[in-house]
Design a protein around this ligand. Structure first.
Ligand code: HEM
Ligand SMILES: [Cu+2]
Length: 695
């Protein structure tokens, strides 16, 4: 079999390129043109960077940076780029199914590729980078730290995630992606059923991203344990930081099963092992167990972090302390633990027997209890608060209503006897989008609006923000609520075409909804452009545009790279709200000291490129490339260990000058009452208010 491939080109051949394919065999399915979007998008980016002479600043300020804030921003940029691609795939699939009565325009293989890349992208390259980005940006600021514990490792984690995302992008232009779904169950993804490079793309994407995420988890957990400002006891930590801690612990325990499962699948495919085949002693159920041992905690990790964002947003924009802080913390921890005990509900129908199903069904339903506690706490926080319906609040309210529906359908699915009826139907697709979009994506978008001024020094446009939020809420409801109905009518998931005319009206509503979602994404883009145009009018250098309660609002917007000129002392929960209430927030300059920061390095970037090349080499059997990139990785590690000057000092005088400039700006800014928050005279200095909730 190998003789037709020579060692230089592996299994890369001319018809591995879809362009060649489309040329030889032009069908609608071939010509959908996503590949050209990637190529044109890449080319336009390159031209713009060259035109505006941005290569050097990009390298100096971003690609070699180890500043947690910049790394966080780069994660979020990655998430947005991939979101665009993921949404486009969803829209194409909905269009296919709207036209799918007896046919449609896509081949089954193409449809299979679409839902596989869509799911893989949405979970690993939208939700995960968004989570990692928000934690990176916000958490060190909230705990009063200078950076994460391992800044260079942080850069490496980002590099691994980006390399894996690049592989998914490359799969559009070279070869094709797996058709085995984002879960990649064998035997369908084994060599017998899919000999092509598709499942190998999935495997190496997952392994590379998985290593990066595990390292992130370790980094975040250690940072929260070790870097908290003096006095920031665990039960004084903001809720977002609590969610970050639980998410980090979940990452540490949940990612390895996935990475190992993917590597075992690789052993089956490359080395003819039989871990997951029915002959020679293997068992495919082992894969499914390991996958969901990761998969279920993973979705809770995502949603817990969104809960963290909503907790901050709802408290701030209700002008109140969080109601029931201890119960919110305990609920977060309980959910994290329970999330590891329920994985089997993903295969109720695969024959493990009634007693096992009952145990896991009950465990699943139990999660509704702490989740309910949280929902009531958020509602009680809003009760009698001075609520401002800003964009993040629109997302929060949309979340509260829609997420309760999604949660309820989850409890329904947790009942094995019901699951036997609706599993693998569109009811399930409706359920998980119902928790992933309002639960995860709305949370991430709320966080994006809330912390954007902190990251860039100016506020986002509110009008466009509200338009986008409303479009997301309406678009989500139109797209996915009809799927509950067709699911109950018996329409299976992952079907390219169908013959029952009764499904069609629902599919038509759903495609309209998908168009509304596309408009929502467009509105987000428009908002960004408008906000950049108006950035001077909306600048908030003084740092506190929303009358925030936590330490992340207690420094300039954007913060200096060392975050805090002087590390703050914490005496209570809501440290910044307390300081403001007692009038100690903006004090005269104390004594300053020199600050040591890690120096920039290209290490993460080198590893990123090498990891991407390693993945590509393995996918296409380009063994020379794989060996070469491994050597680069090992060489870079050795070279790095010889670097002695890894730190850089910022002199006390410079810190003092920055601090003075900020203090002057704070004093010059007009203190803003909450009713004027959206006006252009909000420079980020909040009016001192009655100390609600300060004790
Ligand atoms: C933005 C609008 C979206 C649309 C129009 C959309 C549409 C779809 C469609 C049509 C499918 C295939 C269902 C089937 O096979 O019958 C699907 C699957 C999936 N979607 Fe989405 N989706 C969207 C957003 C999201 C988001 C935000 C996430 C996660 C954060 C997500 C995660 C998934 C996953 C995990 C699958 C399963 C893939 C598989 O079956 O292997 N989707 N989506
Ligand atoms: Cu689950």
């Amino acid at each position: 079999m190998t003789d037709q491939w020579n060692w230089t080109t592996g299994r890369l051949r001319l018809d591995s390129f879809p362009f060649v394919h489309g040329w030889q065999n032009p069908t609608v399915s071939e010509l959908i043109g996503a590949a050209s979007v990637v190529l044109i998008g890449g080319a336009v980016t390159m031209i713009l960077l060259t035109w505006f002479r941005l290569w050097v600043p990009l390298w100096r300020n971003w690609l070699t940076s180890v500043d947690h804030k910049r790394i966080g921003i780069m994660y979020v940029v990655l998430a947005f780029v991939m979101l665009l691609r993921g949404v486009l795939k969803g829209v194409v699939m909905r269009t296919q199914q709207a036209a799918g009565l007896g046919g449609g325009f896509l081949t089954p293989e193409h449809f299979g590729e679409l839902f596989s890349t869509h799911g893989t992208i949405m979970i690993f390259f939208v939700a995960m980078p968004f989570v990692a980005g928000l934690i990176n940006f916000v958490m060190p600021l909230q705990i009063g730290a200078r950076d994460v514990s391992f800044p260079v490792m942080n850069q490496i984690s980002l590099g691994m995630t980006a390399a894996a995302a690049a592989l998914v992008m490359i799969s559009l232009v070279v070869g094709q992606f797996s058709t085995g779904g984002w879960t990649s169950y064998p035997p369908y993804t084994g060599m017998d059923f899919q000999p092509g490079p598709g499942p190998d793309y999935w495997i190496w994407t997952i392994v590379i991203a998985g290593v990066g995420s595990t390292l992130s988890g370790i980094n975040f957990a250690v940072t929260i344990y070790k870097e908290r400002a003096p006095g920031m006891h665990f039960f004084r930590m903001p809720l977002f930081t609590w969610s970050a801690l639980c998410a980090a612990i979940i990452l540490i325990f949940a990612m390895p099963p996935l990475t190992v499962a993917a590597l075992m699948l690789a052993a089956d495919r490359y080395l003819d092992f039989h871990f997951f085949t029915n002959d020679l002693g293997g068992n495919m159920m082992n894969y499914i167990n390991m996958f969901w041992l990761f998969g279920h905690p993973e979705v809770y990790l995502l949603v817990l972090l969104a809960y963290g964002v909503f907790s901050e947003v709802i408290a701030t924009f209700s002008g109140k302390r969080l109601f029931g802080y201890p119960s919110l913390v305990w609920a977060t921890m309980v959910i994290s633990v329970l999330s590891f005990t329920v994985w089997l509900h993903h295969f109720f129908t695969m024959g493990q027997g009634a007693n096992v199903n009952i145990a896991f069904g009950i465990a699943t339903m139990l999660i509704a209890v702490p989740t309910g506690v949280k929902v009531y706490d958020w509602m009680a926080t809003m009760f009698r608060g001075r609520i401002r319906m800003t964009t993040p609040m629109v997302y929060s309210v949309g979340f509260l209503i829609l997420f309760v529906i999604g949660g309820l359908t989850g409890v329904i699915l947790a009942n094995p006897s019901i699951d036997y009826q609706v599993h693998n139907s569109l009811f399930l697709v409706a359920h998980f989008h119902n928790v992933l979009i309002p639960g995860v994506l709305f949370g991430m978008l709320a966080g994006y609006h809330y912390w954007f001024p902190k990251a860039f020094g100016f506020r986002l446009d509110e009008t466009w923000g509200k338009i986008a939020a409303c479009l997301w809420i309406v678009g989500f409801s139109l797209t996915f609520i009809p799927l509950y109905v067709v699911g109950l009518m018996g329409m299976p998931r992952r079907t390219v075409a169908y013959t029952a005319p009764a499904f069609e009206p629902y599919m038509l509503v759903a495609v309209v909804g998908a168009a509304v979602i596309l408009a929502a994404v467009g509105a987000l883009a428009a908002q960004l452009l408008v906000s950049i145009r108006d950035r001077r009018a909306n600048a908030v250098f003084a740092g506190d545009p929303w009358n925030g309660r936590t330490l992340d609002w207690f420094n300039p917007c954007p913060p200096p790279e060392y975050n805090f000129a002087v590390v703050p002392e914490v005496t209570q929960r809501d440290a910044f709200a307390v300081a403001k209430a007692y009038g100690d927030a903006y004090q005269d300059p104390p004594e300053f000291e020199d600050i040591e920061l890690p120096a920039n390095t290209g290490y993460g970037f080198v590893l990123c490129v090498a990891a991407g090349a390693l993945g590509f080499g393995l996918i296409f059997y380009l063994w020379w490339l794989a060996i070469l990139s491994l050597l680069v990785i090992v060489g870079a590690m050795i070279a790095r260990s010889f670097v002695v000057e890894t730190e850089r000092t910022i002199l006390a005088a410079e810190v003092a000058a920055d601090y003075q400039r900020w203090l002057d700006a704070v004093r010059a800014a007009q203190p803003i009452d909450r009713t004027q928050e959206q006006g252009s005279n909000n420079r980020g200095h909040a009016l001192r208010e009655l100390p609600e909730g300060v004790v």
